[in-house]
Each structure stands twice: as C-alpha cells, then as structure tokens.
Design a protein around this ligand. Structure first.
Ligand code: GLC
Length: 483
C-alpha cells in the first residue's frame, strides 16, 4: 500500500527537470514541421513509427485535426507565416469534386513534388473526416484575429472557401434539425465506435465552425457590403442559435434533469405532447450515471438518436463546449465539478481519458466490429490521450479569465488538479517517448499500438506549459467569440 502511494506521488510531484523536458519537447516539435514547395506548412502526425516502414501507415502526413494544437502554438509563438501557409494549403486542397465539393482533406502530404490529399479514399476503412472541414474556419479565424491579417480574412479565396463549406451544412435535410448527421468514425474517433448520427464532438465543432464563419463573413461585409452575404450571415447566425438550443435541450444532463427524464411518458404521438421527442425508454439510462453525476455535476452526453441516446462521456466535445461557450458559465462549472468528482476515471495516471466508459464484451464485438485496436480500455475505447489535457486546461483558464469572481474554491481545486496533471505528464511522457495513447483503467501502460513521438502529445504538453507558465492570458486566443 505504502509503495503504491509513493509511486503515485512520484508521478504528480514537481520535478527539477522541468526546463530540460520543455526544451527537449521544443526540439522534438521543430523536427515535426515539414515543408511543401520550400515552405513550412505544418506538422506530421508522429516522428517515429515503431514496427518498420510497412507499418508506418500515414503518420508522416499532415493531419488537419492533429495540427490544431500545432497552429495554436505557432500563433502564440508569433510564427504567423507557417499558419498562413497551412491554411492556404488546406484551401487549395478543398475538394471541388461534384459529390464532395467544399470538403477539406483529413490529411495531406507532398510526394515527388506533388501534394496528395486524403479525403477518406485512402484511409483504413475509407472514412471521411468531417471534423477537419469544421476545424478549418475556426483556425482561420483565430489566425486572422491574432495576426491581424484582416486582408487575408476578407480575401476572395477565404470567403469562397467559407461559402463552399457552408453549402455543405446549410441546406434542407430529411431530419430538418440543426445538427449535422454523420456516419461512424467521422472525427478524432476514426474507427467504428458506434458514434454515428449526431456525435457531440461534431455538433460542438459545427457550432464553433458556424461562429467562426460568421466572424470571417463579417470582415468581408465590412469592406464591401453585399446583400447576398448579409442574407448568408443572418441564416448562419440563426442556424448557430438553433443548434445551441437543440444541444442544450437534448444533450445536457445533470442529476436533476435525469430524474425528470426517467419519469417521462413514452410513445408520444402528435404535436402537443413533446416531453419525450426521441421516445427514450427509462431502461436505457445506465446505472453508472448516478454516481458519475453526483449532486452538482453535469455534462453533454455523447449523442442523441431515436430511442438510443449515447450516455458515454467524451472529453473533447465537452471541453470544446466550454471553449466555444456553447454551455453557460454555471454549466461549465458543473462540468468542472463532474471532472473533479470522476478524476480517478478521467485523469487516473495519464490525463486524460478520451471516452467513458468503454464498450465491453458483446457490445465491443458488435459495435466496433471486433476491432483489436479499440479493445476495452485501449485507444478510442476508454484509452488515455495526453493530447487532450490542454483542451481542459484551456477551458479552465479561459473560464477564470471570463468570470474571475465565480466559485473561487472550485476554480482553485481545478487549478490544483491541472498542476498535478501537468506534472504527471512531465514526469512520464519523456520516459514513454511521448506516446500517442495509454491503455488500461488507470492509463498507466503505454498504448499497445501507440506511435511514439506523436506530435499532438508533444505539442499539447507545450501548449499547456505555455498557458500555465509562460503566458496564461493567451487562453484568450482560444475564445472564438471575441471580435
Ligand atoms: C489516428 C487517430 C486520429 C489521428 C491520426 C493521426 O488515426 O485516430 O484521430 O488524427 O491517428 O494522428
């Protein structure tokens, strides 16, 4: 018992090696940057791929989602040109094919002087990433505001890209709801995990995307007033507003709302009875939810589908909901309480878990197609991804910035937890060669098939270091709603 305790303390203890670890991480990061046509355009997904060349797969490509923290780090470092090169390269690769017009690639790479993009036609399982397209306007807006490159934001190229993308979203659908309907595997979780329909991460990203598109369109509107653009702005703002209302109504749960939900009538037909629109039977509410929510916790559930809500907790979608202010300030604090209460699960020995709880047994074999990578407690299925921690860190610091007076006690606890998580990463990641993910209920073991020197592990750590040590006010960079 005593031994176990001292081991755990070791992981969370401040270390005198802080400076050396940070410097080494910075050097690794520089090596991840790659150029195309003579200019740096972004980072490859991982520096080394154990298993030999055959198994290297596509980790030497520039993934849009993996480059989110990369671009933010470059922005706080003032290296604007690389970010602009990245944005322009993505724009150049935005699909113009009839059936996918407007889609941004999942990843790209230069081969023999030619840019090759993957829209899903080359990936395992031939998957289309929807999140990449939704991230682009967010990154573009954050770049424009930070670098004050207003001309680029208002330029025809950018405005055209935004309109093409909006065409994909703002059109009539069979469902007539403001959510985007996507297949399984359409985001960071890009292997089957039963996350088809309206998964949280996609819907929250859509919210951030619409907000950023509005900011970019408003720039163009200022320089040349156009009626068409004005109409588009109004429509996009309304969509964003409806989306938020929809998500708050159907995804947000607390102990209080659960008690109401459990006692709702079922099988309701017609326009007047609207208490249980998705006809959810009380039996589908999982028992673990009771302790998970405790008294004052709350979170956005993973998905809402007729009869089958997904109650799993997804870290990224919830953190992004704070950053984009999709959830209100009291809701953000309820989420922080939930994280503290479930720290043993969500942070454990390697912050933080991607999704909770994992699919096990029969469910695992049916829903993942017996995917050996998504084995229970591994990879996307309950694995721990160090690259996710900075999103939570950003959400906490941004909350403090926006509401400095609110619940000082809670925020103090969150700060303390973040500090400990930071030390856990600092003490473990260099030894574990900056692995991609960690396995098991405590996240102690390095992921069974994890790449090493994974870029977003390294950069996520550097971003958190920047926000905690170098310049906490840079959390404001993440606020897409500021003009
Ligand atoms: C895996 C991950 C995906 C990531 C990619 C590159 O496919 O599931 O989220 O973008 O690796 O790191």
């Amino acid at each position: 018992m005593a031994k176990q305790f001292s081991q755990e303390r070791l992981r969370v203890r401040p270390s005198s090696r802080e400076e050396a670890v940070v410097n080494a991480a910075r050097e690794h990061f520089e090596r991840t940057l790659i150029s195309s046509r003579g200019e740096l355009v972004g980072s490859m997904a991982a520096l080394s791929h154990p298993g030999g060349k055959d198994q290297a797969l596509n980790y030497d490509e520039v993934f849009l989602r993996d480059n989110v923290p990369v671009m933010l780090l470059l922005l706080v470092q003032g290296r604007f040109q690389i970010v602009r090169n990245f944005l322009e390269t993505c724009l150049e690769l935005q699909s113009s094919a009839y059936q996918t017009r407007g889609v941004f690639p999942t990843s790209f790479v230069e081969q023999n002087g030619v840019l090759v993009a993957d829209y899903g036609q080359r990936s395992i399982g031939r998957i289309t990433s929807v999140d990449a397209s939704l991230w682009w306007p967010v990154l573009c807006w954050l770049y424009v505001r930070r670098s004050r490159d207003w001309d680029f934001g208002a330029s025809q190229r950018v405005q055209r890209g935004v309109q093409l993308l909006l065409d994909l979203v703002l059109h009539p659908t069979f469902e007539g709801t403001p959510v985007l309907f996507v297949p399984d595997c359409a985001f960071m979780i890009d292997r089957p995990m039963d996350v088809w329909g309206a998964p949280l991460e996609i819907e929250v990203l859509l919210y951030g995307c619409l907000g950023s598109c509005c900011q970019l369109m408003a720039l163009a509107q200022k320089s040349h007033n156009s009626r068409l653009l004005e109409q588009r702005l109004v429509l996009t703002r309304e969509w964003k507003h409806d989306l938020r209302r929809y998500l708050l109504k159907h995804y947000w749960v607390t102990s209080k709302t659960m008690q109401v939900l459990r006692r709702r009538p079922t099988e309701q037909y017609g326009d007047t009875q609207m208490l249980n629109e998705f006809n959810v039977q009380p039996q589908v509410i999982p028992p673990w939810l009771q302790d998970w929510l405790e008294n004052r916790g709350g979170y956005l559930i993973g998905n809402m589908r007729t009869g089958r809500p997904d109650f799993r907790f997804y870290s990224l979608g919830n953190c992004l909901a704070c950053l984009f202010e999709l959830i209100t300030a009291p809701q953000q604090r309820a989420l922080f309480r939930l994280v503290l209460h479930n720290r043993e699960h969500l942070m454990a020995q390697m912050p933080m878990r991607i999704c909770h709880p994992p699919l096990e047994g029969q469910q695992w074999s049916e829903k993942t197609g017996s995917d050996p990578k998504n084995w229970p407690w591994s990879y996307h299925n309950g694995g721990h991804w160090p690259s996710l921690l900075w999103y939570l860190g950003g959400a906490v610091l941004l909350h403090e910035q926006r509401y400095p007076q609110a619940d000082v006690l809670l925020m103090g606890q969150m700060r303390a937890m973040l500090e400990e998580c930071y030390w856990m990463q600092l003490n473990q990641l260099p030894r574990q060669q900056w692995a991609e993910y960690f396995d098991g209920p405590t996240g102690t073991w390095v992921g069974q098939q994890a790449r090493t020197y994974q870029t977003w592990t390294i950069v996520g750590f550097l971003l958190l270091h920047h926000l905690l040590r170098v310049n906490p006010s840079d959390a404001g960079l993440l606020d897409i709603n500021r003009d």
